[in-house]
Write a protein that binds this ligand. Structure first.
Ligand code: ADP
Length: 251
C-alpha cells in the first residue's frame, strides 16, 4: 500500500491474545494525543471483534459515503476520526463471517478509501494474535511501528513474545510494550495489590531490547467508561507517561 498523504504517522497496536486491553489502550492513546492538540484517527482493524465505536459512544452514527469515498465518523469531544466495520454494518450485532483475504481487503479499503483528513497520527487497533490481518498490515502498510499490549497473565509472556517477534521478523520497529492490568490500587487504603504476581513487562522489555512504555492498573472506572461510550472522559496520569515515552521515539 502507498503512503497516504493525509496520514503523517501510523502506529499499529497489537497483542499476543485477546482480552488484554488492546482496544482500550488504542483508544486511550488517541484520546491522550488529541488532548495534546494532535489530529488523530483510529482504524478499527479488529474486523471480527470491533469495539472502538462502543468505547467512543458512536455506535449509532453512520459515516457519510459519496463518490469521493467514506468520511470517518468524528467523536464528540476531541473530534477523533474513527472507522470501524461496525459503523458500516446495517446492524452492529451482525457477525462478519469472512476469511482472511477478505478481512485483509477491508483493511486495505480502510486505508485507501477512507477520507482521513490531515492526521498527525493514525492508530490501528489490530486483531489479536499473529494471523492474516496483522501479517497484511505489517507487510504492506507504511507503518511507523507497533505498540504491543500485554497483561501479566499472558502465559509468562510466551504469547506476547510471539507478537514482538512477528513485528521484528517483518522488519518493523517495535515502539514499545504497555503492560495493562498490572496491579490494582485499593480505593480505601491505597494499598497496591498484584493479582497476577509481580509485573513482568519491564524485565521482558529489557530482555527483548524494546522500549518499556509503562504499566496501567486494573481500573473499574475504565471498563465502566468503555462500556458507557465515555472513554474520552477517562483520565489517568499513567496514560500521559505512556504517551510521553512513545513520543520520545518520534522527536
Ligand atoms: P482487547 O482489545 O485486548 O480484546 P479490550 O480493550 O476490549 O481488550 O478489553 C477487554 C475488557 O477489559 C473490556 O471490557 C475493557 O473495558 C476491560 N479492560 C481493559 N483494560 C482494563 C483495565 N486496565 N482496567 C479495567 N478494565 C479493563
Amino acid at each position: 500500500m502507498e503512503l497516504n498523504p493525509n496520514i503523517n504517522r501510523t502506529i499499529a497496536v497489537m497483542s499476543g491474545k485477546g482480552g488484554v486491553g488492546k482496544s482500550s489502550v488504542s483508544a486511550l492513546l488517541t484520546v491522550e494525543m488529541a488532548r495534546r492538540g494532535l489530529k488523530v484517527g483510529i482504524m478499527d482493524a479488529d474486523i471480527t471483534g470491533p469495539s472502538v465505536p462502543t468505547m467512543f459512544g458512536i455506535v449509532n452514527i453512520r459515516p457519510t459515503i459519496n463518490e469521493a469515498g467514506i468520511f470517518p465518523v468524528e467523536t464528540e469531544k476531541y473530534k477523533i476520526q474513527v472507522i470501524s466495520i461496525n459503523l458500516l454494518l446495517e446492524r452492529p450485532d451482525q457477525p462478519v463471517i469472512w476469511r482472511g483475504p477478505l478481512l485483509s481487503k477491508a483493511i486495505q479499503d480502510f486505508w485507501n478509501e477512507v477520507l482521513w483528513s490531515d492526521l498527525d497520527f493514525l492508530i490501528l487497533d489490530m486483531p489479536p494474535g499473529t494471523g492474516d490481518v496483522p501479517l497484511t498490515v505489517l507487510q504492506s502498510m507504511p507503518l511507523d511501528g507497533a505498540v504491543i499490549v500485554s497483561s501479566p497473565q499472558d502465559l509468562a509472556f510466551m504469547i506476547v513474545k510471539k507478537a514482538i517477534h512477528m513485528v521484528q521478523q517483518l522488519q518493523k520497529p517495535v515502539l514499545g510494550l504497555v503492560e495493562n492490568m498490572s496491579f490494582i490500587q485499593c480505593p480505601k487504603c491505597q494499598e497496591i495489590i498484584y493479582p497476577f504476581g509481580q509485573p513482568k513487562g519491564k524485565d521482558i522489555s529489557t530482555q527483548l531490547q524494546i522500549p518499556f512504555l509503562g504499566e496501567l492498573p486494573i481500573d473499574p472506572v475504565l471498563s465502566e467508561y468503555c462500556d458507557a461510550g465515555k472513554i474520552e472522559e477517562y483520565e489517568n496520569p499513567k496514560i500521559k507517561n505512556i504517551v510521553d515515552m512513545l513520543m520520545v521515539g518520534f522527536s
